[in-house]
Every structure is written in C-alpha cells, then in structure tokens.
Design a protein around this ligand. Structure first.
Ligand SMILES: Cc1cc2nc3c(=O)[nH]c(=O)nc-3n(C[C@H](O)[C@H](O)[C@H](O)COP(=O)(O)O)c2cc1C
Ligand SMILES: [Mn+2]
Length: 474
C-alpha cells in the first residue's frame, strides 16, 4: 500500500489534531456540507471537515481539506515561500507508476456492478445556491488517448443527472476534451474512470500543466514522493490508482449530450455550462469505509488546488528569464492575480518577469504585481503596502489591452446585455510595478526594529494585569 488520503490525514492529525474536524450530526448533502465550510470561513477557520452522517449515504464525505498553504507545504516537505520552487521541481522530476495486482489494490475491496453501481448512494454535495444539482468537484477523470495510448488525467466538474449518468464539462484546450473529441469523431464510446479520494499530491498532479497529453500519473508520483500504484480497471483497459478511496468507471456515450449548469466556479460566480457529453456508469469500486472527497466549489479550496500548481509552473519559467526571482504567489482568493517578488538588478527585470508569467499562465492571469524581495508575497498586507508605497499609477502601470479571452471562465471576458444574453469579448491585463528603482538609485529605507532586538523579546513571559496593578490604575 502506498501513500494515500489516509496517510496524509494521519500526518495532518499528528501535526495538529484541530486541522481535521468531524461532523457527527446528520447533514443534508444539499448545502449542508458547504454550509459548514462557509460558516467556518466566516470565522476565518478552514479545518478539513469529515461528515460521518450525510443523509441518504453510507460513506463519509471529506471536504475543505486543502485550504491552507501550510497543508500543501506539509506534503511537499518545505516552507510556504518555497512551495512554487519545490512544486515546479517536482513537476519536472517525474516518477513512473507501478502496476499492482488487484489483490493488492485497496480500491478493489468492494466492486459494485450493474444496478449496484448507484451514484445516489454516494454523499455528493450540492455546493451553491443556484447550482444545477449535485456535482463531483474533486473527481480526477482519466481517459486514454486513442492515438498515443497515453493516459491523461484532470479534474473536470461532473453534474449528477441520475443514478447511472453524469456530465463532464471540458474547458478550452484541456487535454481531456481534446481526447474525447477523437472518440467522438469515430462515433465510439470513450472509457473513463473518475478517481475520488487520494493523497493531495495525486489531485494536484492531475491539475498541473504538463506539456503534451498524459504524464499526470508521473507528476503525481513525484508530488506524493513515491511511485503511484495503479491497477487495471474492471470494465476497461484503463489503469487506475490502486490506493484511491472510490473509483467510478464508465464511458462517455457517443452522440448524447445534456444541458449542464449553473455551477459556482472558482471566480466566485456561476460560469460555464451549456450542452455537455454524458458519462454512463459501468461500475463503482471502493475501499472499506471509503471516504468520498469533495472540494468546496468556488471557495478557497477550489482556488488553492488550482492555483498552487500554476505558481509552480510560473516560478520555473520566470526563474529562467530573471534568475534573481525570489518567489511567486497566485493567491488563494483570486487566481487571476500573480505576485512576483524579485531582487531587482536592472529595471528591465520587472517587465521580463511579468510577461513571462502572463505567457506561462495565459488562461487566467491578468493582474501581475511585481515587488522587491523584502516583500512576502504570501502576505496580502505586505503586497498592498508595497503598492501603496512604491507604485505610481501614471509611471509604473502597463495596461495590455485585449490580452485575455475571448470568453472562458473570467466574468470580465463577456459583454452582458439587457435581454440576459452575453457575448464573448477580450479583456485587458495589467502589470503593476511596485518595486523600488534599480540600483544605484537610492530609495527611502524601510523602517524596521533591529532583528536582534525582535528576537530578544520573550512573548511567552506575557501575563494579564495583576489585581495590584488594576487597583493602582483603574
Ligand atoms: C477544483 C478544480 C475544478 C476544475 N474543473 C474543471 C472543469 O470543470 N473543466 C475543465 O476543463 N478543467 C477544470 N479544471 C482544470 C483542469 O483540471 C486542469 O487545467 C488540468 O490541468 C487539465 O488537464 P488536461 O489538460 O490534461 O485535460 C479544474 C481544476 C480544479 C482544481
Ligand atoms: Mn494532460
């Protein structure tokens, strides 16, 4: 058995038991699960939530798990500011998967065929108010390219239609959709498998930008820190992760589509949808006491899982152009932003870094803020402070008209009309240069307390006012 969701939960629990909280009461899958996550987010708390008692389901549901940088740094074995560098290195150091026999695959402990393979028995949440129905938001769908025979993986949203049918929504040039089109052209069903519940390295490997079709299992191995165990699926020749919690096998039906949406997407609005391909379920396999994994859609978790892999790719391409790059952050509240911190050696460094970032992540980025290397780009207040103190709008801002689009998931990439219709448009990008002038020009120094005196302070000695002191002063 390899590293999986359970080994990660154990690691997390040992580090800080409060990072995973169990909900014992019965919750409605319709808004009950996301209701908890939203309530805690209002309090600024983001624990992983395990729902033991989801109405109508036997299995537990885990949600809100991948919500903090610290939890990502934990499995990457690094400090938070190093996440982009380490992530980017791991994308490059791929590890091929290992085939194991079915007897060694926990995901084969229960095999449900025919009518027993029933989606309505799974604790699948309805996330947001206007969502069209329950959605798999953390399902990694694998599909084999009929030409190269490579297996490709990605997270795609799946609307549940009934016990045996669900949709799949492919965006733009994502490989999953390109591969599906090849089967469609031949009029053939496309075998797929949807993986639910695994080590975070597996989920993030599946959403890493990798050149060419396939390679996600290899990147997942690298992120997990060991080769991914795979086993043959029951109803197709796909190889699927042996240590997953649940696998839904099925095929994308030729010549069948269904209306999809609305769905609250990562920019926090209802976006995407239309007529989408339909998957017919052939089999469900799962571990004993399987945990169904969910990602809280349009929330911090959705943005973290999508944003961290992007920061890894951006780090590496910017570093190759501007070697004095410190680190980058694609923040967890808006994946269209990218903060770059660098040690500026010449004025040209700023635009070189910014354009490289924009070109690396063309789909979403449109606001680049470049700061000096004394700014912690994982701290929003510091980035805002740098903009307030080192940026002059007239001089330091570069607008790139019609950079992004047309259409897609950014709400600004559409024109909206009174009759409720909308048409795709391009939207602009901006580079905000919040760096000090390059050497040798001096700029006012940042006011700080000397480090050795900060280190001398002993916060553990702090105490409340004594009764004597209260008597003296109050
Ligand atoms: C939580 C989450 C949900 C996602 N939903 C979708 C989706 O519905 N459709 C899609 O095409 N991409 C979606 N993505 C992005 C893709 O999974 C990602 O870009 C992946 O690298 C695509 O892989 P591919 O090019 O091999 O298909 C999602 C990503 C995350 C993190
Ligand atoms: Mn791919």
């Amino acid at each position: 058995m390899g590293k999986d969701l359970r080994t990660y939960l154990k690691q997390l629990d040992e580090l800080n038991p409060n990072s995973i909280r169990v909900v014992g009461e019965e919750v409605d899958p319709r808004f009950g699960i996301t209701g908890y996550a939203a309530r805690l987010a209002e309090q600024g708390e983001y624990p992983g939530l395990i729902f033991k008692n989801v109405k109508g389901a036997k299995l537990s549901c885990i949600s809100n798990l991948l919500t903090t940088y610290e939890r990502i740094a934990l499995f990457l074995n690094c400090e938070v500011p190093d996440i982009p560098r380490v992530f980017g290195e791991k994308i490059r150091n791929q590890i091929p998967p290992t085939v194991v026999p079915a007897e060694q695959a926990p995901v084969k402990e229960n095999i449900l065929m025919g009518d027993e393979a029933d989606l309505s028995k799974l604790p699948i949440p309805v996330h947001n108010e206007m969502d069209g129905g329950p959605y798999l938001s953390a399902g990694v769908m694998v599909i084999r390219d009929p030409e190269s025979k490579e297996i490709n993986a990605g997270i795609y949203r799946h609307q549940i239609y009934d016990k045996r049918e669900l949709g799949v929504w492919f965006l733009g040039a994502h490989h999953g959709g390109l591969i599906h089109k090849k089967y469609e052209k031949e009029g053939k069903p496309a075998p797929v498998a949807i993986v639910l519940g695994h080590h975070p390295g597996f989920l993030m490997g599946a959403v890493s930008r990798i050149q060419g079709i396939g390679g996600e299992y290899e990147v997942a191995g690298s992120l997990i820190g060991e080769s991914l165990n795979v086993v043959k699926a029951e109803t197709s020749d796909l190889m699927v992760p042996a240590d997953a919690e649940i696998i839904i096998e099925g095929e994308i039906l030729p010549e069948k589509e269904a209306p999809e949406g609305p769905f609250g997407e990562w920019p926090g609005h209802y976006l995407g949808g239309g007529s989408v391909p339909v998957i017919r379920v052939t089999c469900i396999t799962h571990r004993n006491q399987a945990i169904f994994q969910d990602i809280v859609a349009s929330s911090r978790e959705h943005l973290m899982v999508g944003g961290i892999p992007r920061s890894g790719s951006i780090y590496h391409s910017v570093k190759s152009v501007v070697p004095s790059l410190n680190t980058v952050n694609v923040p967890h509240y808006a994946r269209m932003h990218c903060y770059i911190s660098l040690h500026k050696e010449r004025d040209a460094d700023v635009k070189k870094a910014a354009f490289t970032a924009l070109n690396t992540e063309q789909e979403n980025l449109r606001h680049i803020v470049v700061v000096d290397d004394d700014i912690n780009v994982f701290n929003e207040e510091e980035v805002a402070w740098a903009v307030g103190t080192r940026f002059d709008a007239e001089r330091d801002q570069l607008i790139i008209p019609k950079w992004n689009g047309p259409g897609g998931l950014l709400p600004t990439n559409w024109d909206y009309h009174e009759d409720g219709s909308h048409t795709a448009r391009m939207s602009s990008a901006v580079i905000v240069d919040a760096t000090k002038p390059a050497p040798p020009i001096p700029y006012p120094k940042r006011a700080v307390v000397p480090k050795e005196h900060v280190d001398k302070a002993k916060p553990e000695q702090l105490r409340a006012l004594s009764d004597e002191e209260k008597g003296q002063w109050f």
